[in-house]
Design a protein around this ligand. Structure first.
Ligand SMILES: [Zn+2]
Length: 597
């Protein structure tokens, strides 16, 4: 028993029908076919996904009716037919065995006549028997995948392609393969270091020389140098694809995948935001932080472990490294520096260093699409707020209190200072996305050095452990919602004064994932959220046109003046020292070094 040679095995295929397939079929039935129920040629796409995923899916959508394939990455074409019956009785009474046999015989004829040699992808074959009840919009269907009966291929020897071919042979193979026509890609021949189509070589093969040929078929599972990580990447995408298939057919996953995220702060919030971003399939994440992992961190900061603390690793570096351990396909980078802040004096001999740091931050902001402000002090958010708005980036600010949190998106640089708030008949107010306020808009004083003159217990504000996870998750959901709104960063915010529970947003006020509030304030003490919105404050020390213009004209000189004295900002914008927003005190995470000093 044990010495018996294994057989080549085939995976069963499952079908998945995109709603757009039925839309197209209905359209064709009504406008073209009408009562004609002749067969129609269609095509499907087979995603050869790893065996850890128990089903292998053949997908059909509206493009299945096109006369030629839409080439898709990592998809194998399947040729098919649809027999769409006129009545439910015809659908039910159709002799399926007879249909399979008939199609099987035709398939055999195509094989014998050489027709399949021209398009080897025709070896992948399926058909659908269906009835569409267009009045009720009900679709009845049955998929069939006819395969040759009793076909047994014994595996004499199994070895890796890399054991048989040299590296240069492999690279030739890859290059040749990419040149192949879409129909030739699933099945081909490899002979004397070259790829050949079945049609061009098959007749030359005889019993004497067949050992010199490799009969090859595309198995997309093992594409790439790191098969396992490739599997992982495809599985991750499939999870998101299932969400698209089942719930959100209009969602644009590529927009999310390609967004470049800059996380300023790699502490509790940075870790939480990063984990939620990769959940959405985001591939590009850059961390900025200047702290190292301390023993107290791994408990609440989900990307770190005990070893990181023992080795005193830099947080940004450890976060980027550990993210790759979770998901190898991620492009995670790290930068180490402290963000210059207003009221934190820059001495003459550190001016060059601060200038360099500002330049580095500026480059990072320009090179990313989405900026998350997750640092542990209010004043460290000032410079990235200003720069992010200056470069019109999507900015998400997250701040924590003991049992409260604030997530806020910012407006952008508009130049016209038009701060109109419109209201509709239901009492719903609307602020254009461009005109939304920032974290500093409610301040009537510029941020100073919050660490000065404070004892340790005053410096460290403790939060309930769940606060950062909840806030980090909401921040990512808000950010992803923005990518799916047709107006993106310009998506308007709607709000209502008074009780929030009875707000009814119309469909056009929402994006694919729902409404996009300006801010979300959450309170764990009573587990509620409110969604306030505020327009830009024209004297804001971070986002007002006065400040943006000053930066445009004076650049680093203006920033340096602001670092050296926060009064500079107050004088510039005309703020007077009246009031400090005390709802969101600066949250500092306790590091061991604080206790030691
Ligand atoms: Zn502002």
């Amino acid at each position: 028993m044990g010495s018996e040679k294994p057989l080549l095995q085939f995976v069963p295929v499952s079908s998945f029908v995109q709603p757009s397939f039925w839309n197209k079929l209905s359209e064709l039935k009504i406008n073209v076919d009408r009562l004609n129920d002749h067969e129609r040629e269609i095509c499907g796409f087979f995603s050869n996904i790893p065996s850890t995923w128990t089903t292998h899916i053949l997908e059909v959508d509206s493009t299945s009716f096109n006369s030629s394939f839409n080439a898709q990455n990592n998809c194998v074409p399947f040729h098919g037919k649809i027999f769409n019956k006129n009545t439910i009785e015809q659908f039910k009474d159709c002799d399926k065995t007879e249909l399979i046999n008939k199609e099987g015989r035709r398939f055999l004829d195509d094989l014998k006549s050489g027709k399949i040699l021209e398009k080897p992808s025709m070896l992948n074959f399926f058909f659908i028997l269906s009835f569409s009840d267009l009045k009720k919009y009900h679709f009845y269907y049955w998929f069939a995948f006819p395969v040759p009966h009793n076909l047994q291929i014994i595996l004499n020897e199994v070895s890796l392609i890399s054991d048989r071919l040299s590296e240069s042979q492999l690279s030739t193979l890859t290059e040749d393969y990419l040149q192949l026509n879409f129909y030739q890609k699933p099945y081909f021949l490899f002979h004397e270091n070259k790829i050949h189509t079945l049609q061009s070589k098959l007749l030359e093969i005889s019993e004497k020389n067949y050992g010199e040929y490799y009969f090859a078929f595309a198995d997309y599972v093992n594409v790439g140098k790191h098969p396992k990580s490739q599997l992982c990447e495809e599985s991750v995408d499939l999870n998101l694809k299932l969400m698209k298939w089942r719930l959100l057919p209009d969602i644009d996953l590529d927009k999310i995948k390609n967004v470049k995220c800059l996380l300023l702060g790699a502490g509790t919030l940075g870790c939480s935001v990063a984990r939620n971003l990769i959940g959405w399939g985001v591939r590009n994440i850059t961390f900025v932080d200047n702290a190292t992992v301390s023993y107290s961190n791994p408990i609440r900061q989900h990307l770190f472990n005990y070893e990181d603390a023992v080795n005193n690793k830099l947080k940004a570096q450890a976060a980027a490294d550990n993210l790759r351990k979770i998901f190898p396909a991620i492009n995670s980078q790290s930068h180490q520096f402290t963000i210059p802040m207003p009221g934190h004096n820059v001495s003459e001999n550190t001016t060059d260093l601060v200038k360099k740091t500002v330049e580095e931050l500026k480059q990072l902001i320009q090179n990313h699409d989405m900026i998350f402000l997750l640092t542990d002090s209010r004043e460290s958010r000032w410079l990235p707020t200003l720069l992010g708005i200056f470069f019109n980036k999507i900015i998400i600010n997250v701040a924590l209190g003991f049992d409260t949190y604030l997530i806020m998106r910012y407006g952008r640089q508009t130049g016209d200072g038009d701060q109109s708030v419109e209201s509709d008949a239901t009492g719903l107010h609307k602020i254009p996305g461009t005109e939304l306020g920032c974290y500093f808009c409610n301040d009537v004083t510029a941020p100073g050095n919050s660490l000065k003159d404070r004892t340790l217990d005053q410096q460290c504000t403790v939060t309930r452990p769940g606060v950062s996870s909840v806030a980090g998750a909401l921040a990512v959901e808000l950010a992803v919602s923005i990518t799916q709104h047709e107006e993106g960063i310009n998506a308007p915010a709607f709000y209502k004064i008074g009780p929030q529970s009875n707000i009814n947003f119309s469909e056009e006020q929402a994006g694919i994932l729902g409404i996009i509030p300006h801010s979300i304030r959450g309170f764990l003490s009573n587990f509620t959220h409110v969604l306030p919105a505020t327009p830009k404050y024209n004297q804001c020390i971070a986002c007002s046109n006065i400040v943006l213009e000053e930066y445009r004209n004076k650049g680093f000189e203006f920033l340096l003046q602001s670092f050296n004295s926060s009064k500079h900002l107050e004088n510039l914008t005309g703020l007077s020292l009246l009031f400090v927003d005390s709802n969101y005190v600066d949250v500092l995470e306790i590091g061991d070094e604080d206790w030691e000093s």
